[in-house]
Design a protein around this ligand. Structure first.
Ligand SMILES: [Zn+2]
Length: 69
């Protein structure tokens, strides 16, 4: 995929949409950078905010060592 995920599907990143937010997290649950996720600047900014809010609410983990050593 070369186009921004959120522009393509015409959705906005939301903290409630954890299934989608999870796509932009690495196996260790770090936020994947734009050079790898191809999210546009506008949506990356929003995505980061929403991921951090979802973490604060406990919907997403801060770190994960599951399956990674
Ligand atoms: Zn976008």
């Amino acid at each position: 995929m070369t186009k921004c995920f959120f522009c393509e599907y015409k959705v906005e990143p939301s903290y409630k949409d954890t299934a989608n937010l999870d796509k932009f997290l690495s196996p260790r649950k770090k936020i994947v950078g734009r050079e790898r996720s191809y999210v546009c600047a506008k949506h990356q900014r929003k995505l980061t905010k929403q991921i951090k809010y979802a973490r604060y609410l406990g919907l997403l983990p801060y770190v994960s060592y599951q399956g990674v050593r």
